[in-house]
Design a protein around this ligand. Sequence first.
Ligand code: ADP
Length: 525
Amino acid sequence: MKISFKLKTAMLIALIITLVCAASVFTLISAGEKAIGDELKQRLIQSVERNADEVEIKNGILDIENDFAFYAGGVYCSVYSSDGKYIKGEMPDSLNADIEFRNGETASRKINDENYLVYDSQVLFNKYECEVDIRSGNVINCEAGSADYESVEENEYRNIKFSSGISASKAVEAAIEFVDANREKVKLISVDYEPLSDSGVFKVEFVSDQAEYIWIRGITPADSTGNAFSTINRWVLCSLPLLIFVAAILAYLIAKRIIKPVEDITLSAKDISSGNDLSKRIEIGNGRDEIHVLADTFNEMFERLGKSFENERQFTSDASHELRTPLAVIKGECEFALSKNSNASDYPEAFREIQAQADKMTALVSTLLTLTRTDQKSSKFVLEPNDISILCEEVCADFRSDRGISIKYDIEKNIVMNCEPVLICRLLENLLTNSVKYGKENGETVVKLYKEKEHIILSIADNGIGMTAEEKEKAFNRFYRADSARSGEGFGLGLSLVSKIAELHGGTAVVESEKGKGSEFRIIF
Ligand code: ADP
């Protein structure tokens, strides 16, 4: 199945939006649930433990103090005996379920289809404070609370004795017996004597590891928060399809917006390509983003293609035009020689003309070939270090000028550069030929070769007819001839070849010229 890029992008964005939204909502809910759940647990545990401090055993009777909160902050607290019998509380009967007691554990329980948190605390009564009357040896008061048996150290005590009463050790025995504990399992904390107005008591404080205990159970509804969250959960689940739908629409709109410029570019490119009109451009307004860079790149490509096609077209039409003239002459000469009007004495003249035209065509084709090869910038030319001072000197020395024009040259010695000697000679010959062709009768041409900073400059200056600004601009164009009378046999390719050869050597060709005064061509390598 072919899925468009727009659809793919939309689907991807929709997926991302949905996942991000769903993940955020679920994270939020879970975090909220956990935070509230933790807070609920904390409240439950605190209520139960606070109440644990409010119970003690006084003289064998369980004493629940008034500060014991049976119901506070949504938490029900009840007191149970060690065998799980309900002793006291305000727990609704419905919550008095038969749930096993577990010390210090918070558990979720379902009671009558409702969720509750249950926390049990075992309250030990293993720390005793008993008062023993010194005269009778009877325990007159004994209170029990809880302590950590393991952390209590057995303490020494002074065995005070009274002549008319019991000794401290007797008091200890009496106290331990009173609470029915085993002396072996008892750790004494302190034994103090306290005088009373008429008599006195021994206060015996100790812990036992055989202890009575009770349970305090706290229960609180867990659904108060859970309900809210399960409602939200349900809501989120139900609205998920809607969320996906909205995300899909949003994603489609975003994708459409993202893809729009690309579609515009495609449309314009198609339009340009189908209409074969390379002068048209992609218009997507101003901007500097990637899409605009893409459009600009396309436009530059169209521009270059357009120029290249135009050059190609111009070149073909000019080349065929140039070839047509000598071909027409050859054809004419042949027709004349073969006609009845001619005789044998006419033939040498006809052949000479045909030969001249054939030479002209050969020269043209050779120049075109060189141009094409330099155009391709292929590895057909190998640039190697050559002493161009010698090359230029030889060309100038060998050059035969006419019309009384003298060739002077001032060439710096030992200038070596990477070049193709044949092409450098061709370049200089072309410029010398032009300087003579467009030079003044008995004028002069000056050739200079020198180094200037990191450049090598070859200059050919004449005092000939010169050029107007417009001619100067077009001089390097292929097949351009400003003055066809002077150009004579020229094709208007000499300077374009010069410029191509300069380019091939990493240089440029420039001209300074003034009409009627002369021209200076400079090749800057
Ligand atoms: P052509 O075969 O016509 O000489 P070129 O490409 O060598 O072709 O030169 C292009 C045109 O530039 C010439 O037709 C001429 O008008 C102008 N030109 C070239 N060299 C000179 C020069 N030294 N002085 C004046 N005009 C020149």
